[in-house]
Design a protein around this ligand. Sequence first.
Ligand code: PLP
Length: 373
Amino acid sequence: MSKKVVQFAPFLGAEEYEALRACFERNWITEGPQSEKFLEQLKTLTGARFAVLAPNGTLALYLGLRALGIGPGDDVLVPDFTFMGSATAVEMTGATPVFCDIDRRTLQAGVAHMEAALTPRTRAVMPVHIYGMTCEIGPLVAWAHARKLLVIEDAAQALGVRFRGRHAGTFGDVGCFSFFADKTVTTGEGGLIVTDNEHCYSALRLLRNQGRMDRGSFIHPAVGYNFRMTDLQAAIGLVQLSKLDGIVARKQALLALYRERLAALPQVRFIAVTPESSYIPFRVAVYAERATELMKFMEARGIQTRTFFYPLHRQPAFAALRDDPGRRGQFADARFPGALYAFEHGVCLPSFPSLPLEDVHYVCDAIRDFYQG
Ligand SMILES: Cc1ncc(COP(=O)(O)O)c(C=O)c1O
């Protein structure tokens, strides 16, 4: 009888539970003192001048795009290799996501990839920091700004991650984060937008709070919506932030053990890290020979694996866009060798802070058995 090793489990404990109880005792559950404290700590962590919370990472990206004035008629460059939410946030504004390829070694999109995907209607680019490292964000933002393109950084997976010592999400015009259950710090669902631009900050505040700067008034100077979080989530987030160093150390220890145990297997290669980026492994991501067979073998041993992302240019959800005669060329497989390679060969191994080291050994034993018989 094999055991069960899941791909991921949220890392919550008695301290988060206690923080929730304190909200109930204070009888303050909507956005309030905990949210303010959470925001302050996030500003300190990232070094951003301004920040607002959002209900999740997808809506954080949507708000960031809207605050910069992106909408119908605009094209926004998005890496082909990212979570669907990066692209649907663009679609939600009425703009069109246009996909660019990635470097298969690091899984990140760089200047050359974006340059190759430019269209006459490109108004903005969305660099995504994938799998716990940054892309080459410094050169990318310099390139985009030189072309008067706006930059919305998708740092959903990159809380705590830095490029040349500067926090992910603080290079572009806006940066967006997610606190979904599988993120380094979670509030269940949740998001964050950071910016150094005061005008953009004002636009964000109006958009997220029914067109008002504050609550308590029924006079709405602008059209806005409800994109707030709750104090219940912020209270959990504060506890999670206090555990961040431990979470990071544990993720790095798990990766180190995986690296050590799999070092002798030529059939398995770890993804490379962007030079000058720090690394908080979001997934333990490897390229494996006969990846599909390996995953089936591991599943039979009770080990939950995941493929890498399915290339966005092939997503069934974008069929209408693909069929647009004016855009057909943008969707040719030949434009995306990196993203296709990653999907076909990538395997995510179980990794989360409470994963016992003995389970990592169990997973590595299974991989060795697969290749060595
Ligand atoms: C790269 C990336 N972008 C955007 C999102 C969307 O965030 P959320 O799930 O909080 O809406 C995610 C979430 O998994 C993500 O990984």
